[in-house]
Write a protein that binds this ligand. Structure first.
Ligand SMILES: Cc1cc2nc3c(=O)[nH]c(=O)nc-3n(C[C@H](O)[C@H](O)[C@H](O)COP(=O)(O)O)c2cc1C
Length: 226
């Protein structure tokens, strides 16, 4: 099983990175798990220009940075853990840009994968980040397989909080079991994504504008969504 862990914090060794590293170490000890640990701060990443080249071709127009390669790797995973600090009651700008650049959503890039959301925050609104990440998983076709929310003072080490390591391991055991079981999406996820979003809202629009959405239609064909 392949699990991609994405650190959306610009500080690779901050609170978010520390928890994600513990998840990486714990899951990485399981015999059948291969991990892609992706620190967005270490990637060469240009901004999404909104050209919609990806709608037409299924690939990003920007070829001279790391993002297309990493996005392909993430889409090939069985499970995805995304962690972000709370910035202005939202996910980090870096993570938002990665989500836009990876063209995951319309292409259903995380279809039937298991998604886990982690948010750290200092004062308020960490839950908004979890909500945003879970919504991202939902519209990208993934199933939501857990989350973790941590309030922590800036520059403190989360692993020193009592029972924190145990809590992280427990959550990773659940995620591992869900991926292993190949459990299908919940009824709500199927109704919202497979039926409402894909079939009722998007499909008629894409079929009416085949040239504009050729890249998405090709991805859907390969996934037997069409
Ligand atoms: C630019 C910026 C904006 C922030 N906005 C919020 C916020 O809206 N709410 C909050 O509770 N904490 C906010 N924080 C605090 C971080 O979310 C918190 O310290 C987080 O754990 C940092 O994660 P890191 O150590 O992985 O970088 C902000 C921090 C920065 C640097």
């Amino acid at each position: 099983m392949i699990i991609s862990i994405i650190n959306g914090s610009p500080r690779s060794k901050g609170a978010t990175g520390t928890i994600l590293t513990e998840m990486n170490n714990y899951l990485g000890n399981k015999e059948d798990v291969t991990i892609n640990y992706i620190d967005l701060s270490k990637l060469d990443m240009k901004f999404c220009t909104g050209c919609i080249h990806c709608y037409k071709t299924g690939t990003c127009m920007i070829k001279d940075d790391d993002i297309e390669r990493v996005a392909v790797m993430v889409k090939a995973s069985d499970g995805i853990i995304i962690g972000s600090p709370t910035y202005g009651s939202n996910i980090s700008g870096m993570l938002k840009n990665f989500i836009d650049r990876g063209h995951f959503i319309l292409e259903q890039g995380l279809r039937n994968k298991k998604g886990f959301a982690l948010s750290t925050y200092g004062i308020a609104d960490g839950h908004q980040v979890v909500k945003i990440l879970k919504k991202f998983f939902l519209v990208s076709g993934a199933s939501r397989a857990g989350d973790m929310l941590l309030k922590i003072d800036f520059n403190n080490n989360p692993l020193l909080i009592e029972h924190m390591v145990k809590k992280i391991h427990k959550k990773m055991d659940v995620l591992y079991a869900v991926i292993k079981s190949q459990k299908s999406k919940s009824l709500f996820e199927r109704l919202f994504n497979d039926f409402l979003l894909v079939k009722i809202i998007w499909k008629p629009i894409f079929l009416k504008n085949r040239a504009k959405y050729a890249g998405i239609l090709k991805a859907w064909e390969q996934m037997e969504i069409l």
